[in-house]
Design a protein around this ligand. Structure first.
Ligand code: ADP
Ligand code: ASP
Ligand code: MG
Length: 401
């Protein structure tokens, strides 16, 4: 008997027909002799709809109330799926995040899971129930409901799999697995049989929405047997696992992130301590900074340009404006129409020629590069948003045609 954690995303439970189809996949797994915990996301576009409803009341609602609101989506799908499993002859029970023992920190809207108290889950499994747990949510030590960030149900599933020492965690979604690029955008994208935790972590952090990046951090930490596959349940998909030993470099995929903005702080004094001041301000406000570019000093001044996630832009601008006098800069320039396109693959740094192939593919389409950043496992370029899809295809063609 194996213990399986099976996660189904929003499109997999978007209507009654789909819910019954998930119910039958789950019941079959149980009937084959497995213990089964299912983790579900909210139905279809429910989370977006709830956010829109909130915006119609207040454009800047309290984060606590936002989490109270959006966490309801998963409660709907979990209870409906449990009903469907029961209807076809199974024995299922739905549980919310707190009932399932998912404890998080206090960061509303992007809470981190601190632990899963498995007592209730284990005792319910012991009574031969199929458990359907709401993804995306947890509870703080002071009993406040939190959510894990968009796409966070993947992380719920992996955290529960780790806590229960599950034999496998299977992420069912609306594509057949992890591809070399978003298969909805790039027609010749190739399905990968396997990918390493590190490569998947980079791809999801760099914009491949198929997996929530924090789920991969957890999967790596606890060495979870993880697979992404189609919600039809028929074919094997992509295994995400510890480093598959490779000689040299293999480009695994191309990802795009459009939720990004650049901020330039103009004409700052060219002297020690100024960068420290700017980036301490960002850190104090929990803003992650990605690519940083500092211009050559001229006449004692220079500019610093950096990228951040779009949803941090308002905070970054207001903090920098408030502190402009002490930074000594002459103003800010903001640019929002940018996208970051990245190629990911282990061993990139020891393989010359990858960067030049990326730049060559972009040059061939006359796409201008604004910023570049490289690491052992990725090369990212910042370009104009209008060029993003064209750039992904051009780079993908360069490596996968
Ligand atoms: P779910 O609702 O099941 O969580 P998501 O919408 O979050 O599904 O993620 C699946 C989507 O991720 C796919 O429909 C696909 O468009 C997108 N995607 C982006 N990059 C990739 C990739 N490299 N491989 C597979 N899917 C990708
Ligand atoms: N329902 C949440 C979202 O739409 C969580 C998830 O889908 O994983 O972001
Ligand atoms: Mg998702």
């Amino acid at each position: 008997m194996a213990l399986l954690v099976m996660k189904f995303g929003g499109s997999s439970v978007c209507d009654a027909e789909r819910i019954f189809s998930v119910a039958s996949i789950v019941k079959s797994a149980f009937d084959e002799g497995n213990q089964v915990v299912v983790v579900v996301s909210a139905m279809g576009d429910t989370t977006d709809d709830l956010i829109e409803m909130a915006m119609s009341i207040d454009k800047r609602p309290s984060k606590r109330e936002m989490d109270m609101l959006v966490s309801t989506g998963e409660q709907v799908s979990a209870s409906l799926l449990a009903m469907a499993i029961n209807k076809i002859g199974g024995r299922a029970k739905s549980l919310t995040g707190w009932q399932a023992g998912v404890v998080t920190d206090t960061t509303y809207s992007s809470a981190r899971i601190k632990g899963v108290n498995d007592r209730r889950l284990m005792s319910e499994l012991g009574e031969n129930n199929i458990l359907v747990v709401t993804g995306f949510q947890g509870i703080t030590r002071t009993d406040e409901i939190t959510t894990l960030g968009r796409g966070g149900s993947d992380t719920s599933a992996v955290a529960i799999a780790a806590a229960l020492r599950a034999d496998r965690c299977i992420i069912y979604t609306d594509v057949d697995g992890v591809y070399t690029a978003d298969p909805r955008k790039v027609k010749n994208a190739v399905l990968l049989d396997e990918i390493s935790y590190d490569e998947m972590l980079e791809l999801s952090t760099l914009g491949a929405q198929v997996m929530h990046n924090r789920s991969i951090e957890l999967a790596k930490k606890y060495n979870i047997d993880l697979e992404v596959r189609s919600n039809t349940g028929e074919k094997p998909g992509t295994k995400i696992m510890e480093v598959i030993s490779v000689e040299g470099m293999i480009v695994k995929g191309v990802a795009k992130d459009e939720n990004i903005a650049t901020v330039s702080v103009l004409s700052i004094p060219d002297k020690p301590g100024i960068a420290f001041k700017i980036f301490s301000l960002m850190a104090q406000n929990k803003i992650n900074v990605d690519i940083i570019l500092q211009s050559e000093g001229r006449n004692g001044t220079q500019d610093i340009t950096f990228t951040i996630a779009s949803n941090n832009l308002d905070t970054a601008v207001s903090v920098l404006e408030k502190n402009m006098a002490s930074i000594g800069g002459q103003g800010l320039k903001i640019y929002e129409d940018v996208a970051k396109v990245s190629v990911v693959g282990s061993g990139m740094q020891s393989n010359y020629g990858v960067a030049s192939r990326v730049f060559g593919a972009l040059a061939g389409k006359r796409i201008n590069i604004r910023m570049i950043s490289t690491s052992e496992i990725k090369i990212s370029v910042l370009i104009d948003k209008v060029d993003a899809d064209k750039a992904v295809s051009a780079i993908h063609d360069e490596f996968f045609r």
